[in-house]
Design a protein around this ligand. Sequence first.
Ligand SMILES: [Zn+2]
Length: 263
Amino acid sequence: MVDVKALMQAAKNTTALSCEERMALYNSRRGDLMGYDCPICRNKGFVFLMKDGYEYTMECECMEKRRGKWRLQKSGLQDMAERYRFETYEAKTSWQKSILAAAECFCEEGEGWFYIGGQVGAGKTHICTAIANRLMLQGKGVRYMIWTEEATKLKALKTDDEGYEREINKWKTAEVLYIDDFLKTRNGVLPTDGDINLAFEIINARYNNRTLRTIFSGERGLNEIMELDEAMGSRIYQRCGKYKLKIGWGEGRNYRTREEGVV
Ligand SMILES: [Zn+2]
């Protein structure tokens, strides 16, 4: 990073120049920010200004763009975010239209969770990624978790208290967390107690902090999660409110949606 103080000092010491010349000289210097070539700040991230006889720096407008890119890199959704947008979601049938409408509506709300369960290949990941991306554009910090991968990593850390806490805290505290394939297991066997306990630890921490938002997609419907563990299922159920969706097989091999009922 550029040392602003040192450069301010250096600019001040160049007494042969007028204030305006010093500002222009300093603004002409290049910074080392990557990813976007800004003609305004020349990749420093800020510009020098002179106002009422004082020199000061102001953040460059490119920083908003840069933060968006950094958020995307950090989220883990970089590869998917471009493909899976609301604009590219195919909404031909009524069930697709209702999913899209619910997802877009969810993004306008300031709190709450979103759960979509059901058939593989029905666009659940697409719609959830589009939500995550929209929230990211609203300036939220988003993290993407593929349940099977992260659960395996976390369970392997169980004997390393410090490492476990550090890793699980990322998922407990993310402003927005998207969990893909929630509680998925190999060959459809039931999740183990270890899986359930791990999921509960994350869900409960997020449940206790109202400002955190969680998005779930998975083959299991929310009623199945309730059957597996009522304490966890009921927390998800409560936070989701009207955003509980399930895609099932309907007549003519079409998917249909229905709101999940409590079992
Ligand atoms: Zn700039």
